[in-house]
Ligand binder design. Structure first.
Ligand code: ADP
Ligand code: ZN
Length: 706
């Protein structure tokens, strides 16, 4: 017997290699170890057959990694489709679809144990403040893993010695919190009921649920999910970034208890595998997860929900450059179930499609509590004229002060991180990353200079000088702290959140009101829904508007709209302050007045003039090589292959060098996406026959950054 094996090798493309099965038992969908040019590598079995190769001697496979196929038939089809649709090697799609390092050891079902502490009925007299806070987490009989306990109170072992806790071992449980209470659902409003009535649960169709924050979209998802579960089918709820949307998880979990699995990049491989198995064995009915959850092995899907469908984290930014929405549509068709896209600011593509009737548009126009935060604009040009800081204007400072006095909380949003001051050498040249064409950023905590793309890091030297006055999150924190010495401030940006669960820890301490002000990059605009937050200050609402990318205005608008919808959801009324030097810009004005449709009509005019999506489709083809000459020559050769195509070709242009690679890009623009994809496949196949320069294809790129 022989088998066809997919192997990761950029020159093979989608071709398989033939190996001799020998005495092993293999089937399609199992991983095998094989030898290629004297190296042992892992491949996927695509098929098993007995056609002896004629012109060569097939090598034997070395070992088989799985007892049973790890990919089901649906996901094979999905991988095939994905490879075609994203113009990428199928092996890369298979790797994307499977959870990280799905290893045979983990499938042997050895139950992992963990140590826990269990609260006894003893009481502690004269506890310290720390101990008291820690004990507040428990009722009698409650338990917690030792790992968690250490994080909350490193001295908890003294409480074991005092007999307040017992130490036990238990089997690793899936979710960190065991949620028992199951909350009843709300009586739907008429509008919500109308929306639900319009969703047909019996066939594949895509719906766009457009509704402002707080209009009851989540409740619609939950009630639809309830009806699906009653039929014993599964529900997939996709969210942008789990650590940033704790409220969604909490709401799904309190509604459905143990029937929920959570899947996101913060889980380790064992945890991911456990969730994968729970879904595959239909042990849970609901999965809440981020981008990669769209590939989970559901048996019988009855509903897919994609919340915040406009969010850019749904797009994978390396090969295969897929968009979660496209995969969700594919799977909804396979399972013959509805897909519900939800957003307060749908992407223009989605909205345009819903206006054309490709998707069905459902709307929830009003907030459940009919309350909107007060939104005001602060013109930073005027502030500068009266010698105020453009970053912390007097008006904003006063508002912060008032909130602190009333013990309310504040969120400050800034769209940059680090210090962002330029660093020059003694020759007055701006210091750049040696691997990328980007200037280095200064990080004050460790006096380091860093590249935000490749991670290059070096120390500040005496002959260097800092110039410029840009403000980053770190500097903003310092300034705010200096002005409000008693305020407790937390910062959330890519620097403070690089460690596992750092997001959750920072957010939790803010939710628990252990700090008064949360400062962060746009990552905090998502999912923040904290009742005690009564002021959201957007430090620089317009930095992204100046961005050259065609989508920059749309993303800025979505961010502002979302941030403006975040405050004042508790009993307290909220206020949002937008600081900007472009108060009249339509993105700012429309966000200010929560006018999504008006924004769309403006933005569509620009897109139409430039023939950008949704008026066209783009495919970006990026070449990367070790020298500028090689890279540019490769793109010229590709242009020759494309020559005569009936689509607009843009480029080639050299882009920034990134991570030691020179890059150049060609863009194909046209209205017939299928034809463009087909052309791309043909061109890549031809190109790869003679050229070994790396090439990445991005169909429907979200950004066209230089
Ligand atoms: P969205 O997802 O659009 O932001 P939510 O579903 O979170 O909106 O609803 C906003 C708030 O209104 C939530 O606190 C939710 O619990 C509440 N809510 C939603 N639907 C109802 C309803 N039918 N009756 C009462 N309260 C509701
Ligand atoms: Zn770099």
């Amino acid at each position: 017997m022989y088998c066809e094996v997919y192997i990761e090798n950029s020159f093979l493309g989608n071709k398989t290699l033939t190996y001799d099965v020998g005495g092993f038992s293999v089937a399609r969908g199992m991983r095998v170890s094989v030898s290629l040019r004297n190296r042992e590598i892992i491949g996927f079995v695509a098929s098993v057959h007995n056609n002896k190769p004629e012109d060569f001697e097939a090598m034997p496979i070395l070992s088989v990694l799985d007892d049973t196929p790890i990919l089901n038939e649906e996901l094979w089809l999905c991988a095939d489709w994905l490879a075609y649709r994203t113009v990428s090697p199928i092996i890369r799609c298979l790797q994307t679809i499977l959870p990280n390092k799905l290893k045979p050891q983990t499938s042997s079902k050895k139950a992992k144990k963990e140590r826990i502490i269990v609260r006894t009925d003893l009481t502690l007299h004269h506890p310290t403040a720390h101990q008291e806070r820690f004990l507040d987490h428990f009722k009698q009989g409650d338990s917690m893993t030792v790992k968690e306990a250490v994080k909350l109170y490193s001295g908890f072992r003294t409480l074991i010695d005092k007999g307040l806790f017992d130490l036990e071992d238990r089997e690793v449980v899936y979710s960190e919190q065991m949620i028992e209470s199951v909350k009843a659902s709300y009586q739907l409003t008429d509008k919500q009921a109308e929306v639900i009535k319009k969703v047909s649960m019996t066939h594949a169709h895509t719906y766009l649920l457009h509704g402002v924050t707080g209009s009851g979209k989540t409740e619609v998802y939950l009630q639809l999910a309830e009806s699906v579960i009653k039929e014993n089918k599964q529900v997939l709820i996709l969210v942008p970034e789990i650590s940033l949307t704790p409220q969604m998880i909490e709401r799904v979990s309190t509604r459905f208890g143990q029937d929920v699995a959570i899947y996101h990049s913060g889980l380790n491989d064992q945890e991911k595998y456990e969730q994968y198995q729970r879904v595959r064995n239909h042990e849970v009915n609901i999965l809440v997860g981020t981008r990669s959850a769209v590939f989970m092995p559901f048996k019988e899907l009855g509903l897919i929900v994609m919340d915040e469908e406009h969010d850019t984290s749904y797009k994978q930014e390396n090969t295969p450059y897929y968009h979660t929405r496209d995969v969700a549509i594919w799977r909804s068709e396979y399972h013959n179930c509805p897909l519900l896209l939800g957003s307060a600011s749908p992407s223009l593509e989605t909205y345009a499609r819903s206006l054309k009737g490709v998707y069905t548009l459902l709307e929830l126009n009003e907030r459940i509590n009919h309350q909107f935060p007060k939104v005001s604009i602060i013109d930073t040009r005027k502030a500068l004229l009266s010698r105020q800081s453009a970053y912390l204007t007097d008006e904003l400072l006063e508002a912060i002060h008032a909130r602190l006095e009333r013990k309310e909380q504040i969120v400050l949003l800034l769209n940059r991180r680090g210090y962002m001051t330029l660093i020059k050498n003694s020759e007055d040249e701006v210091l750049q990353c040696p691997n990328c064409d980007l200037s280095l950023s200064y990080h004050k905590t460790d006096r380091s200079l860093r590249c935000h793309v490749c991670g290059y890091q070096t120390g500040l030297k005496n002959n260097m000088k800092l110039v410029g006055s840009g403000v980053g999150t770190q500097r903003l924190e310092e300034n705010v702290q200096a002005l409000f010495p008693n305020a407790r401030i937390a910062r959330m940006d890519a620097d403070t959140t690089s460690k596992k669960n750092a997001h959750q820890r920072i957010l939790k301490s803010f939710i628990d009101h252990e700090c008064d002000i949360l400062i962060g990059t746009q990552m905090i605009a998502k999912g923040l829904d904290i009742p005690n937050v009564t002021l959201v200050g957007i430090i620089n609402a317009d930095t992204a508007l100046a961005h050259s990318d065609y989508r920059a205005v749309e993303t800025t608008f979505a961010m502002l709209l979302q941030a403006a919808g975040r405050s004042g959801r508790g009993g307290l009324t909220g206020e949002v302050m937008l600081q900007t030097a472009n108060p009249d810009h339509y993105a700012i004005q429309c966000a200010l007045h929560q006018q999504y449709k008006k924004f769309v009509s403006y933005e569509m005019q620009y897109r139409k003039i430039a023939e950008y999506p949704p008026y066209s489709y783009l495919i970006s083809i990026v070449f990367n090589g070790d020298t500028e000459e090689e890279t540019f020559a490769a793109s010229l050769e590709f242009m020759k292959i494309l020559n005569g195509a009936s689509y607009q070709l843009i480029g080639p242009v050299m882009l920034r060098k990134l991570v030691r690679k020179y890059r150049s890009r060609i863009i194909i623009k046209g209205k017939d996406l299928d034809g463009m994809i087909q052309l791309c496949h043909q061109a890549i196949d031809l190109f790869k026959k003679t050229n070994r320069t790396g090439v990445n294809v991005d169909v429907n790129p979200l950004t066209l950054e230089s």
